[in-house]
Write a protein that binds this ligand. Structure first.
Ligand code: FAD
Length: 485
């Protein structure tokens, strides 16, 4: 179709279904030019990390083939989004730019500049929602402020009927006919595969809209009923594993919400509890973005300012042990190795490894946040920063700093039989359950029988849990509390 196009700028909405932006462009009746821009400049230190880049490459390939099936072509470009869009407008004589809203701290300013450029050129600029169920501005406290506490926030969200139905994918689209130059996926240098640490990712993940739909269906058909309990057990596939799909917008939270409600209605009560808990987890994601919207420094600065004076330590050797899963604490090591091998880690274990880093090693939470940023396929500016601050005790509605997880007790409680540890730390697999979370307490003959030689086949603990706990609590006492003079 010829004529001046509307640019549909895909952001974190890499899907055709329930995409308000795309549906509006189709309804506008003008030719559509679908574009994705890899912008490594505007986010600064939060440019996409390695694991996310692996995911994005597959996800863009999937989106491109869905558009091709409808007769279109996804144009890929690199550079600062504003400049790239200005050039595309000039090249094609575009009549407008449509995009889905992003909530990263750097996005608001950029979106304003794009709107200003369109206004100056007399072009239509439209921004759509879809990444969240509730816009941050829509959920306000009784005194018309933002929420700092999750429970009243979630109550407010739950009091609102979500009656919107997810939109179906467009069956037909009219694409801009002229040839527009773009980069190839290879040109984007998204993931070079050297060293190929992501070799195992394809066995575990199917990025793209169809993969997301399948994950949701599998979860609702098989796991949602037991979610309330099973979600805490890392050895059980008890959670949805939708996080990277939600992060890249391959599925919308509304689609998850609507499918869960439908499953509840069809199951007649048997899955109510699990489904409700699952919905509340989706609201944690909303809460993270609520916080990020009102406190855009969240990825870098402690929400509780008194933590700016916290006496953190720098210890590169111990940091490397943590990153490589060689701390000598089996549940911590299992989590860090699961992360490295799969690009994902179970939520319970994320809390354990994060607590170990910020409390037992006293390494700043931002250092852990950065490591996760590079290695998680679901690395997400809202959920990652809010969760790290939560564990570190410096966030909004955070776990109190003095509540320090003991990795042995956490392991014994949530990985009772040690199945998770045995999978990710196979050199300990011969140990009996009694010692799987504390191999250094096993008698010599038990270690020999299991083929474990501490300090050789598996590290000795890199810290003393009791001493580091006391030191952390002493460090916490040194910071000025808000109610102190
Ligand atoms: C230190 C730390 C860092 C984290 N970093 C990230 C991150 O970068 N990206 C990310 O998506 N999640 C992060 N989380 C939150 C949580 O661990 C993951 O969302 C969850 O493990 C994803 O698995 P799932 O999809 O199977 O979750 P499910 O249990 O199936 O939950 C469904 C969805 O709800 C959302 N959700 C669940 N728990 C949380 C939570 N605590 N906070 C915010 N959203 C939540 C996710 O979108 C998830 O996909 C982090 C948690 C911790 C403790």
């Amino acid at each position: 179709m010829s004529g001046h196009p509307i640019i549909v700028w895909f952001t974190q909405d890499l899907r055709l279904s329930d995409n308000a932006c795309l549906s509006a462009a189709v309804a506008a009746g003008r030719p559509i030019l679908p574009v994705y821009i890899l912008d490594d400049t505007t986010p600064g230190e939060f440019a996409m990390g390695g694991a996310s880049r692996w995911w994005l490459r597959q996800s863009l390939a999937s989106l491109a083939s869905s558009l091709e099936a409808l007769g279109g072509r996804l144009v890929l470009r690199r550079g600062q989004a504003l400049g790239v869009l200005e050039r595309l407008i000039a090249e094609t004589g575009a009549q407008g730019v449509y995009f889905s809203r992003s909530y990263s701290p750097w996005s608001g300013e950029q979106e304003k500049k794009i709107a200003a450029h369109c206004a100056a050129e007399g072009l239509e600029c439209r921004r759509f929602s879809g990444f969240l169920l509730h816009e941050p501005e829509a959920i306000r406290t009784g005194s018309d402020g933002p929420y700092k506490v999750y429970t009243p926030f979630s109550r407010n969200c739950l009091s609102r009927d979500i009656t919107r139905r997810p939109r179906p994918a467009p069956e037909r689209m009219n694409f801009y006919g002229a040839d527009v130059a773009g980069d190839s996926l290879d040109d984007l240098n998204l993931y070079l595969g050297k060293p190929d640490w992501a070799a195992d990712f394809p066995k575990r993940w199917t990025p793209g809209e169809a993969g997301a739909r399948e994950k949701l269906k599998h979860f609702l058909d098989n796991a949602v009923g037991d979610y309330d309990e099973a979600r805490n057990l890392p050895d059980v596939k008890g959670t949805s594993r939708l996080s990277p799909h939600l992060h890249f917008g391959e599925i919308s939270p509304l689609q998850c919400w609507a499918a869960t409600s439908h499953a509840v209605a069809s199951a007649r009560g048997s899955i109510d509890r699990g489904a409700h808990t699952f919905e509340k987890e989706i609201l944690w994601r909303e809460f993270s973005y609520h916080l990020l919207h009102y406190w855009p420094d969240l990825p870098n600065e402690p929400f509780k300012p008194e933590f700016a004076d916290f006496p953190w330590l720098q210890d590169d050797e111990k940091l490397a042990c943590w990153q490589q899963g060689k701390t000598g604490f089996p549940i911590v090591d299992a989590g860090m190795r699961e992360l490295w091998t799969t690009g994902w880690m179970h939520n319970r274990v994320r809390m354990i490894v994060a607590s170990f880093l910020v409390k037992n090693l006293r390494i700043p939470w931002q250092v852990g946040e950065q490591w996760f940023w590079d290695t998680l396929v679901d690395a997400d500016i809202g959920s990652n920063s809010a969760s790290w601050q939560w564990v570190a005790g410096c966030g909004a509605d955070a776990a109190p700093y003095f509540r320090i997880f003991n990795p042995i007790l956490q392991g014994e409680k949530f990985d009772k039989r040690g199945g998770y540890v045995r999978r990710w730390v196979p050199e300990l697999s011969g140990l009996p359950d009694k010692f799987i979370h504390k191999p250094w307490q096993a008698p010599a003959e038990v270690l020999v029988a299991a083929g474990v030689e501490l300090g050789a086949t598996y590290p000795r603990p890199i810290v003393d849990l009791g001493e580091t706990r006391d030191a952390a609590l002493a460090a916490y006492k040194t910071i000025r509390k808000p109610d102190a003079a």
